[in-house]
Design a protein. Structure first.
Length: 380
């Protein structure tokens, strides 16, 4: 079986890229021949059999918007030619954040079955990146955002044959057609938990350093936290366009001795960072679907505190397996830090509960076998 994977931005080291990096060898081991199509940059580091559309970014924001939200013939021709060359049995979509008016119909009209693993709530949010929408131009952009979202949803529901959703919150939140969608939990490797490090709190954030991830809110909360939480330490792993601003914020808040920026981590370095922590933090401004850091830290017996939105409450089920707080509320997050610092037994209990739940519901072999079965159901 030959499968053409489409991921718009494999160079962005987020959850969709991590997932695709695991998916490709798993499907290859099951006899699948993988091909990859991406936008803007090639994905050769993920798949040798690949092509990409070399989009030239125009200076005009309005021209970019027109390209991203309307039918873009150069991309359509390029993608269709690649489909004709590869002759896949199935197209598997990962992230499709831009060019939806081009990619969904181009895939759907190719005569090839289309499967989509859904990684975020962007098909339910007219402004998923939280871009500023102020003044008269902001009102016009809000109207255009809503119009683009409605069109994207219609095209996705029309041209995708099956949607795989990692959480029920995502399936219901986007309102995917029931007959075309199902919940399939992400694959999380089993890990042995070591004892939690003793207090003070050792906080860990891992993710892309974009505004949507809310790391600035985390730093504000760290500065506000009182009592034993005033001794909390924070490791930040990741890269992104907010890196310099966040380092400047650390200086302004006087947190130099309590915050470390580790850059992008993988392998043993990432494992060591998880083991050093006793509380993982995910302060996202936008609804998260099934964040890997919450699940991977949970697999190691580390609980999380995360924004109460999207699929997070379904995963953490506060107070059973962790804590949640109101989005963009540093005071509320600081209160969680204070509570956790006063009650190390709660950290241990919720971490153990999360580890047991992840082991029971996120078995990797079950996940990859299920994906492969979907391939066979749709393509054969």
């Amino acid at each position: 079986m030959k499968v053409l994977h489409l991921h718009d931005s494999p160079h962005i080291l987020g959850g969709a890229t991590v997932y695709l990096r695991r998916l490709l060898p798993e499907m290859q081991s099951r006899g699948v021949e993988n091909w990859l199509y991406s936008l803007d940059r090639p994905g050769v580091e993920l798949c040798r059999q690949c092509d990409y559309f070399p989009y030239v970014w125009p200076d005009s924001a309005w021209k970019r918007r027109r390209d991203f939200h309307h039918f873009h013939k150069p991309l359509a021709d390029h993608f269709r030619n690649f489909i004709s060359e590869v002759k896949p049995d199935l197209i598997h979509l990962q992230n499709v954040a831009a060019f939806r008016s081009t990619l969904f119909p181009s895939a759907g009209k190719s005569g090839v079955p289309v499967l989509m693993t859904v990684h975020d709530f962007s098909l339910s949010d007219p402004n998923p990146h939280g871009l500023p929408r102020q003044g008269w131009s902001g009102k016009a952009k809000q109207w255009l955002d809503q119009r683009s979202l409605s069109k994207s949803r219609r095209l996705a529901f029309q041209h995708v044959d099956r949607f795989l959703c990692p959480t029920e919150a995502l399936r219901q939140g986007v309102a995917f057609p029931a007959e075309k969608s199902e919940v399939l939990r992400l694959p999380i490797a089993r890990a042995e938990a070591s004892p939690l490090p003793p207090l003070p709190l050792k906080l860990f954030f891992a993710g892309t350093l974009y505004r949507s991830k809310g790391v600035d809110v985390l730093l504000q909360a760290l500065a506000l936290a009182d009592g034993k939480a005033k001794q909390a330490q924070l490791d930040i792993a990741g890269e992104g366009d907010q890196n310099d601003a966040l380092q400047a914020q650390v200086q302004e808040l006087g947190l130099d001795s309590r915050v470390r920026f580790l850059g992008y981590l993988k392998g043993q370095a990432m494992e060591d960072a998880y083991q050093r922590a006793n509380l993982q933090v995910l302060p996202s401004r936008v609804p998260e679907n099934s964040p890997l850091t919450v699940l991977e830290s949970g697999a190691r017996g580390r609980p999380s505190v995360a924004s109460h939105a999207g699929g997070v409450p379904e995963l953490i089920e506060p107070p059973s397996r962790g804590w949640t707080f109101a989005n963009e509320d540093p005071q509320a997050l600081a209160k969680v830090f204070e509570e956790a610092a006063e009650n190390p037994q709660a950290l241990a209990d919720r971490g153990q509960a999360m580890q047991a739940w992840v082991r029971h519901n996120f078995d990797p072999t079950h996940h990859w076998d299920a994906v492969h079965q979907h391939y066979k159901d749709l393509a054969l």
